[in-house]
Design a binder for this molecule. Sequence first.
Ligand SMILES: Nc1ncnc2c1ncn2[C@@H]1O[C@H](COP(=O)(O)OP(=O)(O)OP(=O)(O)O)[C@@H](O)[C@H]1O
Ligand SMILES: [Mg+2]
Length: 377
Amino acid sequence: MSDLKVKDLRKAFGSHGGIVAVDDVTLEVPQAEMLVLVGPSGCGKSTTLRCLAGLENPDAGVIEFGDQTIFDASRRIAVPIHRRDIGLVFQNYALWPHMTGWDNIAFPLRSRWASREEQRRRIAAVAEVVDLDRRLLDKRPAQLSGGQQQRVALARALVAEPKIVMFDEPLSNLDAALREQLRSEIRRLHEEIRFTGVYVTHDLSEAMALGDRVAAMTDGTIVQIGRPEELFATPATSRIARMMGYRRLCAINRGADRWTSTDCVFAGPAPDGPGPSYELLARPDRITIAAEGTAVPSDHEYRVRGGVVAGVGYLGNEQELIVDLGGRHLRLVVPLGRTFAPGDRVDLTARPADIRAFPLSDKPEHPDTPSDQETEA
Ligand SMILES: Nc1ncnc2c1ncn2[C@@H]1O[C@H](COP(=O)(O)OP(=O)(O)OP(=O)(O)O)[C@@H](O)[C@H]1O
Ligand SMILES: [Mg+2]
């Protein structure tokens, strides 16, 4: 049985529905699964989550929690947020500033008329689970660090053992070290408590680390949904491939007797498909760099010539190379073995298994698409 079912969910903003934030989203989350919604800023992740939580009133669609219909636009059903049996964790913690940590955590229990004894028992148990020292519970949010406040918020979301726990970028306000620590603790909590979770993030590593399945969103729609390793290995579109860290190696056009490239000299097998032009993407860690014309392993059937080293940086046991490919910059991190210098002419090679080919359309790329100039690999 699915704990959460969403069908054709739609939400637009503006006087005439000018901005379609969520455009016919359909998804199911089986019990005890953690589903991560990932995508660029503005793609509709938070709006989707807010519709599920009851913080936003969708224009159309059906939402079911277990066998209960929570929302159905055509039947005018809209269960209010406090009767949806959910826990919520936000980026800005959203704690009551005038209440102690203890009272914040107790809040969902009080609204359920739990006895004092039950409150004490549950709060002590959940504080231990989220690793909150008892002494911190007497402090108010302003007296706690960001990480401690988010632990209080986590405890508050879990204390009443809700059917579904929803997270909207809960780690984005924390520094990198704390982010990683809390990320693995949320993973552990999920494995321990087995709640059904919906988790929103724009951070790929968070999505990969936390999602049993990941739903990749662009422009209000879910374009691909699957296990993290599936999205990583077989991204459905070039935008999702870029989200997964792939970068353009080259663009190629079907010629009279062979494939040619406008931005490099290309050799390699033709992509499957009838299209006139494709872009070939690869993850930078799967691209090999060699001095121009030198031999590479025979299974490196793709070879792009005409690269020029534009920048070299040392990263300790690796080096970072910025390679100029006809005006585009590709960032590669390679072992220290061979040294390259700015101005060196190089070839980039890859195995067919590491290349993803996507038909090129005439449409300009979406402004959110990480460009190939981006130095992040
Ligand atoms: N209350 C609102 N009024 C008008 N437009 C809104 C409102 N909330 C969201 N939007 C618009 O809906 C679209 C989706 O916004 P949403 O907050 O869901 O994106 P997001 O994927 O969560 O982005 P981010 O990663 O930046 O948080 C955006 O174009 C946004 O400007
Ligand atoms: Mg958001």
